[in-house]
Structures are given as C-alpha cells and as structure tokens.
Write a protein that binds this ligand. Structure first.
Ligand code: ADP
Length: 181
C-alpha cells in the first residue's frame, strides 16, 4: 500500500540532502514501494541544462523539478527530491500545487557545512571563485513551517531517515512496517 507523495529535501549544500535520499531510497525499496529519486545535480545536467544560479533561473529550475514531482506523485509514486531550493516562495507554491508534499528541512549550521566541504565548493566560494554560492554569497531562506526537520549535525543518518519513514506511516502514505527480525 502506498500513496503518491513528494518528499522535498531542502537545505544548504553539504547539509546532507543526497546522503539522506541515498539511504532513504533502499530502505523504502526494501518495503516494496514504488519510488523515483530526483537529484538536483542530475536535473541541472539534464532537464535544466544551461540555467544559471540567478534567482530567476533557480526558481525556473525548482519549478521544473516540481512539475516532474507533480506528475509522478499523481501516478502514485513516492518521489524523493534533493535540491537546495533556497527560496521559500517557490517551495510554498509547489507544496500548494502538489498537495501530497512533505517539506523536509535538512538543517545544518553553515560552519559545519564549510567544515564538511563535501565537494570542495565552499573553499572555492569563500575564495570568491564561485559567485552566487548559497550560504556564502547568495541567500538561503529557511522553511518557516517544515513538516520535518533533520538536524544532521546533531543526529545520526539513521535517525534522520527514520523520522521521514515514521512520518510517511503517520500520514498514511505507506503502511506500517513489519519489524524485521
Ligand atoms: P547535500 O546533498 O545536502 O549537498 P551531502 O549529502 O552531499 O549534502 O553531504 C552531507 C555530508 O554530511 C556527508 O558527508 C554525510 O556523510 C555527512 N553527514 C553527517 N551526518 C549526517 C546526517 N545525520 N545526515 C546526513 N548527512 C550526514
């Protein structure tokens, strides 16, 4: 049993969106659920090739991701999307449009993201080599009323992923899981 839903992971670069998505995906697949992961970087190299990091282009990118999410959600798929999606207004717009939409704020202090510097981008952004870098030289608007917050500097990956799975059960998107023995 499953209902279509978009699980929208938003947060700074290095906050843990992809890591959570990559862990959540096999966990839901093992339950026999129908899923589609939509990674922001993958979308940028395919569906949104050529777009810049201006506010206008970022909003276009997020709306495109949202459009795909909407189609899949309508057809009963659980979509897991990880994109910085820094602007509140467009996230709210998508939530209203898609309906079955869970906003997950992947929260991590910028100092910790800089410390992690998973892709080496912060170092370059701080050196002024990457313009319009979210959190350094471009805004990130925190969700005001997210459905779930994962504090990735305080909790384990398993705790973050479990919060999402539990929420899916509580909201009736998936059936309660039999305990694995
Ligand atoms: P993003 O996709 O948001 O840019 P990544 O997932 O690529 O971020 O990187 C997040 C980093 O933080 C990884 O190196 C990951 O191992 C680490 N990390 C530490 N704790 C957590 C946690 N609870 N959840 C997710 N990632 C975590």
């Amino acid at each position: 049993m499953q209902k279509g839903v978009t699980i929208w992971l938003t947060g700074l670069s290095g906050a843990g969106k992809s890591t959570i998505a990559e862990e959540l995906e096999p966990r839901l697949r093992r339950m026999g659920l129908e899923l589609e992961p939509l990674d922001g970087d993958v979308i940028r190299t395919n569906l949104s090739q050529g777009l810049t990091f201006s506010r206008t282009d970022r909003d276009v990118n997020v709306r495109r991701i949202g459009f795909v999410c909407e189609l899949l959600t309508r057809h009963g798929v659980i979509v897991i999307t990880s994109a910085i999606s820094p602007y509140r207004a467009v996230r709210t717009e998508l939530k209203e449009r898609i309906g079955n939409f869970i906003e997950v704020y992947v929260s991590c202090p910028i100092e910790e993201c800089i410390n992690r510097d998973v892709k080496g981008l912060y170092k370059r952004a701080i050196a002024g080599e990457i313009p319009q870098f979210t959190g350094i030289s471009d805004p990130y608007e925190e969700p005001l009323n997210p459905d779930i917050v994962c504090h990735t500097h305080l909790e384990t990956l398993d705790e973050s992923v479990s919060k999402i799975v539990d929420y899916l059960v509580i909201k009736g998107y998936i059936a309660p899981v039999a305990v694995e023995v």
